[in-house]
Design a protein around this ligand. Sequence first.
Ligand code: ADP
Length: 208
Amino acid sequence: MRIVFLGPPGAGKGTQAELAAARLKIPHISTGDMLRSAVARGTPAGKDAAEFMNAGKLVPDPVVLKMLEERLREPDARSGFILDGYPRNVEQAISLASLTQIDRVVFFSIDLGALEDRLVERRVCPQCQAVYNLKSNPPRVDLRCDRDGITLVQRPDDRREVVEARFKTYLEQTEPLVRHYQELKLLQTIRADGTPEAIAKEVTKVLD
Ligand code: ADP
């Protein structure tokens, strides 16, 4: 199964991709995670990417495509994968189609108005990557990870100004992919406005 998860920032794609990938025993490939790791390691690609990410813009297609190509060539991706965060515009969808066949696209449908707080209130553990929300899912002790006690941080692109830019980028460049994949008859739409458990059920329904 070669699967794409499509949807706006904050719709829960990453959380759901992690769960579904474990269940289906295929890798979860997140271009956002790959780019953040490149930024943290200070690689040339990471140096190129950081300014775009921190402005809520897309990293240039060739930079992301090169990373993705390398990742898809690894042996664990041969039997399938869940792609989270790629493609993000029509050009990327065309590049992806030339690399591999996609079997299904799951679109996380949710009103953008519901998402701003999710992102702005999100905090992550820099050590184990656990995700919290200061309002809806706060850590037990103020700003400390429940698992390892490390001080939580905010992703630089979760600041309100950047979140707004990410929504704009999404609407202009990524949302047109809904139509694109509908026309290719690959699209399965799920409601992404429930609890993580409810969304997980919807994902299972369209994938299993
Ligand atoms: P979200 O989907 O919540 O915005 P991601 O972690 O998927 O978060 O992406 C964070 C940032 O990484 C994006 O705003 C963008 O700058 C960059 N990025 C991730 N995937 C891509 C991609 N396929 N093409 C271009 N830029 C990307």
